[in-house]
Design a protein around this ligand. Structure first.
Ligand code: NAD
Length: 324
């Protein structure tokens, strides 16, 4: 039987945080949410909901009061169109680092016992991800460091910050490097969406026989983790005695062109792909699940297609019927 805990989820107005709150409530915990905005797609089921800017230490002190554990998912974040163009670099680094610095420093006073920190596959060096067929993403390959984006550098800095606070202040931390999480109720338009959602939207909007655009030549590879397995991995890691950092991702690596084809098959549409210049990120990336299997005895296994079916049908349902 689970012992009920008092838990804070930061970034709960976002995609993964929103699902995590539901999961923790189902498990019987008392949950406070914190975000600067309410969730766009579903009503909160948390015991308390606090709207505020976590870059402000006064806000952070308030939301930490009386909780034992923190799941820290708040970050200035988006898909390639947000984090790889260079236009948002200062904001991404400043905002996310400020949130993590505040959470940990105020957490010492609040006597937080355990943290989950959502790091990213973007920490891995770009020179290990030049070959789309054989990217290297084992956890120990993160150093010597050379991430391809400032978003990745901030995650690497914050991983070290959490580990330093664990060493010097005694709280437990658990760190997962998430690899491209997708599913219903994630950003799907507006510039912060990631490739599965963006492609689902483009395919849903196109008339059969029409055309969609893909950034770059589409031969870059990635793997995509369905939200249900992301939650399962986070909860397993948090309940384990392993701090990480550990990859949490799928090992089903596909090119962006084949991802697009899979979505067209699900939609039952035949579309032409036009490749256009755009921020495409590293050439290859895949999760390496040896460590998670060894330490948690578990790894994601859901086929990409089944997660895409759920996601496509949700995104298509968000469009006005005239645009599907
Ligand atoms: P998201 O953008 O949907 O959620 C992040 C939330 O943080 C948003 O609701 C946003 O309003 C909130 N936030 C940002 N700045 C804030 C501030 N100053 N004060 C209060 N709230 C603030 O992102 P997500 O996809 O749910 O990702 C959650 C976490 O997982 C992030 O830390 C992200 O970097 C990490 N991650 C996600 C993925 C992925 O594929 N989704 C991959 C790797 C890592």
């Amino acid at each position: 039987m689970t012992t009920s805990k008092r838990i804070l989820v930061t970034g709960a107005g976002g995609f993964i945080g929103g699902y995590l709150v539901k999961q923790l409530k189902q498990e019987g915990h008392w949950v406070r949410e914190a975000d600067r905005k309410a969730h766009e797609f579903s009503a909160s089921c948390a015991d308390e909901f606090s709207i505020g800017d976590l870059r402000d230490p006064n806000v952070v002190r308030e939301v930490l009061a009386g909780v034992e554990e923190v799941y820290q998912l708040a970050a200035d974040m988006g898909g390639a169109g947000y984090i790889f163009t260079g236009e948002n670099d200062a904001a991404v680094m400043h905002n996310s680092a400020a949130i993590n610095l505040n959470i940990l420093e105020c957490g010492v006073q609040a006597r937080i016992r355990r943290y989950f920190f959502s790091s990213s596959a973007c920490v891995y060096p770009k020179h290990h991800q030049l070959d789309p067929a054989h990217p290297i993403c084992s956890e120990d390959s993160a150093y010597p460091a050379s991430p391809d984006s400032e978003y990745g550098w901030e995650k690497l800095f914050s991983e070290r910050l959490y580990l330093a606070y664990m060493r010097n202040h005694g709280a437990q931390v658990r760190i997962a490097r998430l690899h491209n999480v997708f599913g219903p109720e994630g950003a799907w338009r507006g510039g912060r969406e990631k490739s599965p959602a963006a492609l689902c939207r483009k395919v849903a909007e196109a008339a059969d026989g029409g055309e969609i655009e893909i950034w770059g030549d589409g031969e870059q590879t990635r793997s995509f983790l369905y939200i249900g397995e992301c939650l399962e991995g986070i909860r397993r890691l948090m309940d384990s005695d392993f701090p990480g950092p550990v990859n949490l991702g799928s090992e089903e690596m596909v090119t962006i062109n084949s991802l697009a084809r899979m979505i067209m098959e699900i939609a039952g549409k035949q579309l032409t792909v036009r490749h256009v210049a755009g921020p495409a990120g590293v050439r290859g990336r895949n999760s390496d699940n040896r460590l998670i299997k060894a330490r948690l005895g578990w790894a994601p296994s859901l086929p990409l297609r089944s997660g895409l079916e759920q996601t496509y049908s949700w995104i298509a349902s968000q469009l006005p019927s005239t645009q599907r």
